[in-house]
Write a protein that binds this ligand. Structure first.
Ligand SMILES: Nc1ncnc2c1ncn2[C@@H]1O[C@H](COP(=O)(O)OP(=O)(O)OP(=O)(O)O)[C@@H](O)[C@H]1O
Ligand SMILES: [Mg+2]
Length: 332
C-alpha cells in the first residue's frame, strides 16, 4: 500500500495532514460539527460533504471527505484520473479551478480516506446562493456565462479525439469571481468551476472513473437496483450538453425560483442556436425541464431516505460503523 501522505496537483495547497488524521480519528459522522476537531459543513452534495476543518490557519481551505475507497489501488487509480481531469480542464479546455490539492490517510481497518482540498470560495459567490441575490437580468446573464464555459468543454471534446470529458454543470458548482453579494454583476462575468471530485473522463472511449465508486455509499439493499437502473444513465448524462443544460435550468425548481424557467429555457435555446450553433445541440423545452426535475427530485429524496434506513440498519441493528455523513432535510 502506498504511504498515506499529502499529494497535490501543480497547485498544491498547505494541507495539514496531522489535523486531518485527528479529525478522522474523532469524527462522529452523525454529528460532524461536534467532533473534537472543530469542523463546519460548507455544503452537502448528493454523495459527499464539504467542510472547513480546524482553526484559523486552515480557514481558507474547503475539504471534501471521500470515504468511498476500499483498497489502495482504487484510490491510486482515482487520483490519477482526478489529476488528469483537472489538468485537461485547466490547460486544454481553459476553465478556471480554485487552487487544489489532496491528502489520503488510512482510517479504521486500513480503509483509505481521501480529502480533497480547495481554496475556499466566498459563500455568496457560489451560484445557488448568488441567484437569490442577483436581479433577474443578471441571473439570466449568469446562466449564459455558465453555458459559455460549458461550451469550451464540448468544443474540446469535438476537437480532441482521444479524450472526452463530462461535467456536472449545475449552478451550485460554479463560483462567480470577485462577487461578494449585491443585485448586479460586472460587465464581464468570470466563473470558477469547483466540483471536480467526479472526474468524468474517457480515454479512447473507455470510462476512467469506476462507476462502482458511486455505489459505495449506497444502501446495500439498493445496490443491485441502482446498478441496473441508474448507473448507465449517471455515467452518460454528464457527457451530453443538452442534458447538462437541462439540469442547469432545472436547478431553478430546486431553488424555489420556478418563474425563471421560461426565460432560462429561451436563453439556452438562443445560445444553442447562435454561439454554439456548430455543436448542433437539441433545444430545451419547458416540459422536458419540468419532468426532468420531477424525476430527479423523486429519485434523490427516495435515495436519501434509503440511506437513512441503511444507516439505521447498520448502526442500530448490526452495531457496525456507518462512515458516511448524511445531510438533514433538503427543501426541494
Ligand atoms: N472550495 C469551496 N469553497 C466554498 N464552498 C465550497 C467549496 N467546495 C464546495 N463548497 C460547497 O459545498 C457544496 C458541495 O460541493 P461540491 O459541489 O464540490 O460537491 P458535491 O455536489 O457533493 O459533489 P458530488 O455530488 O459530485 O459529490 C458546494 O455547492 C458549495 O456550497
Ligand atoms: Mg456539487
Amino acid at each position: 500500500m502506498a504511504a498515506p501522505g499529502v499529494h497535490g496537483g501543480s497547485m498544491a495547497l498547505e494541507i495539514d495532514l496531522e489535523l486531518l488524521k485527528e479529525f478522522e480519528k474523532y469524527l462522529d459522522p452523525r454529528r460532524p460539527e461536534q467532533s473534537r476537531i472543530p469542523a463546519r459543513v460548507l455544503g452537502y452534495g448528493e454523495i459527499s460533504t464539504v467542510f472547513e476543518i480546524g482553526d484559523e490557519r486552515q480557514r481558507d481551505l474547503a475539504y471534501k471527505r471521500m470515504p468511498i475507497f476500499e483498497k489502495a489501488e482504487e484510490l491510486e487509480h482515482y487520483e490519477a484520473t482526478f489529476n488528469e481531469y483537472c489538468r485537461v480542464l485547466i490547460e486544454e479546455i481553459g476553465l478556471e479551478l480554485p487552487q487544489y490539492g489532496y491528502a489520503s490517510l488510512s482510517a479504521d481497518e486500513g480503509r483509505p480516506v481521501m480529502f480533497l482540498a480547495q481554496r475556499k470560495l466566498p459563500p455568496e459567490s457560489i451560484g445557488n446562493k448568488a441567484i437569490h441575490l442577483l436581479d433577474r437580468d443578471d441571473t439570466v446573464r449568469l446562466i449564459r456565462q455558465v453555458l459559455r464555459e460549458l461550451k469550451k468543454l464540448w468544443s474540446f471534446n469535438v476537437r480532441s479525439g482521444r479524450l472526452e470529458l463530462g461535467i456536472d454543470g449545475q449552478i451550485s458548482n460554479w463560483s462567480i469571481k470577485d462577487y461578494t453579494g449585491g443585485s448586479c454583476l460586472g460587465s464581464e462575468i468570470e466563473l470558477i468551476y469547483f466540483d471536480t471530485s467526479t472526474p468524468f473522463l474517457r480515454i479512447d472511449g473507455a470510462e476512467q472513473l469506476d462507476p462502482e465508486l458511486f455505489l459505495r455509499s449506497a444502501p446495500s439493499f439498493l445496490v443491485w437496483v441502482l446498478r441496473l437502473l441508474f448507473l448507465e444513465d449517471v455515467m452518460t448524462r454528464y457527457y451530453d450538453f443538452h442534458l447538462v443544460a437541462t439540469d442547469l435550468v432545472a436547478n431553478f425548481y430546486k431553488e424555489q425560483l420556478p418563474d425563471y424557467i421560461p426565460a432560462l429555457v429561451a436563453e439556452a435555446n438562443d445560445f444553442f442556436a447562435t454561439e454554439a450553433a456548430e455543436l448542433g445541440i437539441e433545444p430545451l423545452s419547458e416540459k422536458e425541464v419540468r419532468s426532468y426535475y420531477r424525476e430527479d427530485a423523486v429519485i434523490w429524496s427516495l435515495y436519501l431516505n434509503a440511506r437513512r434506513i441503511d444507516r439505521f440498519l447498520r448502526t442500530r441493528l448490526l452495531r457496525r460503523e456507518y462512515p458516511y455523513i448524511l445531510p438533514g432535510k433538503i427543501k426541494r
